[in-house]
Write a new protein. Structure first.
Lengths: 272, 250, 272, 250, 272, 250
């Protein structure tokens, strides 16, 4: 009960600030929280990244195995994306099999990577029709302070960029860098009245979880979209968010790349 | 599997033009036990939707004191696809159920039915491309057939990019080998598209193409909307001409 | 609560009609509702049938795969029968794994087909001990207005009769008609006091679900029986129902065959 | 696997005549924690049954305000069969549990125990043919041992058609290679068979054969019934001769 | 409620007796209940044993199959231990997948057998890296009157000693006795205040389930330990229980062996 | 896989002496949403623990009217081990969760929080040997960080027998190829080891070795205990130096 009243007050506060053109943490409507990317933090994984979007934290680990290709793509590697919204990350997450939010998160991240052809899957064929590399992308939420979606998408592509294919361990040649050829970036906006706020934090979502995620590739093409939440979106708003998201993605992409390069230079981010 | 040539002489594999829908058939009120129902064909898609409610919600702690709780279950029959599908929900159907429910929730007047539940169950008996949009169209008609108060009609259609062309209502081959797929649903009120209720996309589109896709989707949705209305009208007319006793027995 | 009273009144009404020798829908005690059979309605299935028993509707789809035979029958094909009582079909069905009613339905239908040797399983052997045809019979309830059992059994055998074995798709020879050599028909009766009513509709079952299903083959042999429901059945009643069911099955069998033939003639029921 | 010859010189593989039961051993009251229990052997079948209740039902919404709720769980130990069985219920055991519960429900005086639950748990420790009938026989004794009010005894036996002959209480080989199997349970009261509580059948029988099977089942059931009664009497006699203190402590 | 008061009274009674140096059933603090072991009772199993500890009854059946070895032990057989706390055995057990108590029981029994190297797994290799024997130890509780742990452990090793490897059935040579080379015995104590009671019965556990299980091999080595229950154990108490358990195990081992031998002599315990 | 030589010249594979711990790093308060949290490294183990509560327990029938209900969930990330681990609990993690919860339950002052729940969730991000002990150490710090009243600190460490030697805090190779593994947790109060909270063992030890292992564990635990205390102090100091506004906003 007490909690409900608190939520009411929070919502009113957030709304009144938005209507005066402000966000509760002082950001601009089109401003991301601080982005931090650390790669190579799980030595036992083939690749890994810890991403912080403000207080939101997500870790992604990449494991690779040798497996059979799908019958309709005998010359391509396989990507399997999985998400665990473990109860550690939020008071609202419960132990158990993935719920619809967890499934949606994994599938939207997966689509961004798949449709942008971020990974060159042809180079992950070992023996056509028989043996290909299987990439497991495991999204592990640590702290959900809002917008797990973008944090997970950044962590996933960062972890892939950090991945070494363990060919020696599987006795199929020499280890090599995973061939990553694009950096898809998703931008999630919260729709409130006639406003849209990129990278919403948890407190902002007290006004409702009216979200839209737009993922674009390095050439500014849209590669994935997902309206999420029980609301109606006007066409005008959609076009506005669409253009903003593609522009914003370019900015974020630069930051991610620079952080990864910085990490590599500092030697903090070891390849595994 | 070799990618087939999908566009020949400006026509699609099944002879359609770029802006043409597949044949659609809609019939309301096809089930006795459900409070509302609809059978829908769209190309080779065969869909049946049922609505139960407003009815009591069990267990009680799932009730919402201020409004109805909506459930939406998208399910594929094991025989609906080329390779038999194992019964039960998979990740794909969980996601489709979520976004479809979220498309209907703001349109259903949930606040009129506090503490109650409205269940929308949709079965894919045969799947071609575009089952999620076909299911939403059927669900919308079934909801109206059940007498659930709605702010308007939810109408859904997909648009695809196929060999560089933006085409309406992709069939299976276009979905498999096309460059992008954009399923959209609209809220339509007073014969006018008011807003977007569902929007997903995967593939690769420029901003311009995306806008073109949206325009094409709107055109297609208006045609489907008219068929949805017709199906409901036909049901009402049929009910009126039926003998009253029969109706009471239901 | 209101529902309970409605059920009480319905039960009293049904009972009083039965005791005056009548059924609520005017049928004779040994009379089936109108039977409608449409085959070939799911082109993607190897065979299919939609059966209506009055308002009760069931669809059965047949899918076939190539698989390994069971070790103790190396020269025989395999039948797997499965049933989904999807919540679309009744306000009392819930989403989730099959409950005991769903399991019983599938198993009784399966026994009728299996024990009557309706399908010649020897002809479904591709390579002894290695490769045989696996037949998946999937029962999908659409509208449960009573007696899903008989509707499902009719739909199952009708779908099998409509089935083409997809040998070309699996590259093991030419497509051929599934060898069906019997048409088992189940007849379900509701036991009320000293009465028995064949093919009970939903409203009649308000008096209790005291059922007995008796399946017989084309030669009038009993091939499967199932007493279902918490009640005691007198021996005399059993013998009465037994004889009636076998006689009734012969009638129903004729109707089913004639409907399928009619459909074939009309060209409505396409083979897939 | 070649079908063996099952009848030689009018005798069955284990030397029995057509109307002969396998050896049966029944003992009531074999478990301490259960309210009633029974150990039963029938041929190589080894069965143990336990009854708990009438006791409280959790969660409460499963209670019936007018009568007891009966649960029946048929379960096979992983080591009870030739090839190890994966633990947990499969479709076969779900069906057996259902028809067995339905056989007992009209015999238990459920209306005497509103809001309560009576649980019957039966474990197959070793399976030969006819486990469902052996389990029902054990369950019936365990219910009486638990002091649950019953309208009579439920006694069960199977009949089979083997190489053209109707035989009583089929063993494994007769079940596997026979032409029909008919498990039946009766309500027996005042030493008289009153009605049929369970009836299933699979195989192929003429109407005449089916009637003959029923008659044979009745004969067999009466013999088993006497052994069930004996087992309960023995338990009572034993209790009476035991020191009263011990009894209280239980 | 009534039950709670009964439990309270029971606990007070048990405690008062313990504090006067007595156990409710008259046993000494370091005394086991009567142990009965019958082997070979399930002919369809490769080995089996029914063990009674007072009124507690557990049956263990052994099934064996031919399978692939684990990659890191290509020349060794495999043990899989499983436990079902079926609802027949106690009013507190519920149907369903194994709960934490059932999992713990199986794992502690397994560790005793594994770590004492009771079974010579090298002799269960059929073809290195390809084919080994897999031993399924299935623990099936029948009556839980306390200390299922020790009863299960005794039943498991007794059943193993009763096991014949079914090589003929699998066509890999002649049947042979399972090579058992040690007899691990677990001793479970209930900790109450400053007392410890071996082999606690159900009524004694009304004071709490503060248990410690110590398993030792025939040479008096400790091979497995498990503190179980929400309590704190003093170091002094631990050492006391440790020494007592090893001594006690030697006694129990003798009884078990003598019972098995007696059974063999009586011809009651048939090998299967 | 050949067993490697684990002890060379009195040193272990990673250069440690027998009574030496692996490097440890502990940081309290690393998560925003959790009420208390801790990140811990111990060798290559990387552990994160979160505590939620005391909070309401759902569904209500799980509440205890006299004290808090404790949950403990040990979970391994799929990428934490050499071969990817399928998500979700397995038998090993169920057992570890049970004994870990039982170690904390008598130390948490549960009676202060009737009807409420305290949830301890621990994620293994990278696993070396000794994850259960590392997790308990992190959980203990997270509980204190959450302000949950505790009777003392729970500190845990494993001891192993490796090539005949009793060694502290075994690494992966020592765990795989060693002769015994003994994970222990203690309750430490006023800088003094008071009692044993967790104790498991598998392998083969004489009574004398077991006693030696216990003594060594106590030595190791005292070192870890000091690092746990330090981590909490550092967190408090940091909080005090932060601006009060920020703190309120949380």
């Amino acid at each position: 009960m007490a909690e409900d009243i608190l939520m009411d007050i929070k919502r009113d506060y957030v709304l009144s600030r938005i209507r005066s053109g402000e966000r509760i943490d002082g950001r601009g409507f089109d401003e991301f929280r601080q982005i931090s990317v650390q790669t190579g933090i799980i030595e036992k994984a083939e690749g890994s990244a810890l991403v912080k979007l403000g207080n939101t934290q997500v870790i992604v680990g990449i494991k690779m195995q040798v497996g059979e290709p799908f019958p309709d793509t005998p010359e391509k590697g396989i990507i399997i994306t999985n998400s665990e919204l473990v109860p550690l990350a939020s008071p609202t997450f419960e132990p158990g099999p993935p719920d619809e939010n967890s499934v949606e998160l994994a599938r939207v991240v997966d689509r961004g990577i798949r449709e942008s052809e971020a990974v060159n899957l042809e180079e992950l064929c070992i023996e056509e029709g028989e043996k290909v590399w299987v990439i497991f992308i495991d999204i592990h939420a640590l702290d959900d302070d809002g917008n797990l979606m973008d944090a997970s998408a950044i962590a996933a592509i960062s972890a892939l960029m950090n991945t070494t294919v363990p060919a020696e361990k599987f006795e199929v040649g020499e280890d090599f860098r995973l061939p990553v050829q694009d950096i898809p970036i998703s931008v999630t906006s919260l729709i409130v009245d006639d406003y849209s706020l990129v990278d919403p934090c948890r407190d902002e979502m007290s006004v409702g979880n009216n979200l839209i995620t737009i993922t674009s590739d390095k050439n500014g093409n849209v590669v994935a979209m997902q309206k999420s939440g029980s609301y109606l979106l006007s066409e005008e708003k959609f076009y506005e968010v669409l253009e903003l998201s593609v522009a914003k993605a370019e900015e974020v992409r630069k930051q991610v790349v620079s952080q990864i390069n910085q990490g590599d230079k500092d030697g903090e981010n070891e390849e595994s | 599997m070799q990618k087939p040539k999908l566009i020949v002489d400006g026509k699609r594999l099944d002879g359609r033009g770029f802006e043409e829908l597949r044949p659609i058939k809609i019939e309301a009120g096809v089930l006795k036990r459900a409070d509302g129902s609809c059978y829908l064909e769209m190309g080779k898609n065969k869909i049946i939707a049922a609505v139960y409610g407003p009815r009591e919600v069990h267990p009680r702690h799932l009730q919402d004191p201020s409004k109805a709780v909506i459930r939406y279950r998208y399910n594929m029959a094991p025989f609906s696809v080329e390779e038999r599908k194992k019964p039960g929900p998979d990740r794909r159907s969980v996601e489709i159920s979520k976004v479809s429910r979220e498309a209907l929730e703001p349109v259903i007047m949930k606040e009129l039915f506090p503490r109650s539940g409205i269940d929308v169950f949709v079965e894919v008996l045969q799947a071609d491309a575009g089952t999620r949009t076909a299911c939403l169209n059927a669900a919308s008609v079934a909801l109206i057939d059940a007498g659930v108060a709605m702010r308007g009609m939810v109408t859904s259609v997909a648009v695809a990019k196929v060999e560089g062309n933006i085409v309406l209502d992709p069939m299976k081959e276009e979905d498999n080998y096309g460059e992008a797929d954009v399923p959209i649903a609209f809220l339509i009120r007073n014969d006018r598209i008011e807003s977007i209720a569902l929007l997903q996309m995967d593939g690769r589109l420029t901003l311009e193409e995306m806008k073109k896709a949206m325009e094409l989707a709107k055109k297609g949705a208006m045609q489907i909307y008219r068929l949805q209305r017709e199906a409901i009208m036909k049901k009402y007319m049929k009910e009126e001409t039926e003998e009253p006793e029969e109706e009471n027995e239901q």
